[in-house]
Design a protein around this ligand. Structure first.
Ligand SMILES: [Zn+2]
Ligand SMILES: [Zn+2]
Length: 97
């Protein structure tokens, strides 16, 4: 009998207030009984993101994006991307508006 969907927590650990997070002198810390849970939750989340992103279109730079612009590029603004967009010689020092 466990207290969470990943099967890593005891019912007491799962019932900790704030999910086991507590405020310490050094800031927020996770209760060690919940550390494994946090790791599993993070792994599950990133696996889901990876899967979702594998459906996304891919920019020539290798970046996947929810949507590519009309040039088939992601939202990056590196020289390479700007060149592909036909924008040349954008001064790097120019402050963005
Ligand atoms: Zn757990
Ligand atoms: Zn790109």
């Amino acid at each position: 009998m466990t207290g969470c969907r990943f099967g890593c927590c005891t019912p007491e650990a799962a019932a900790l207030p704030d999910g086991g997070w507590k405020s310490t002198e050094k800031g927020w810390a996770i209760d060690e009984r919940r550390a494994e849970h946090l790791r599993r939750e993070w792994a599950a989340t990133s696996a889901r993101i990876d899967k979702a992103q594998s459906d996304y279109p891919k920019c020539p730079c290798g970046q996947r994006a929810v949507a590519l612009d009309k040039f088939g590029l992601c939202s990056k603004t590196t020289d390479e991307h700007q060149r592909r967009r036909g924008i040349y010689a954008a001064p790097k020092t120019k402050a963005r508006a």
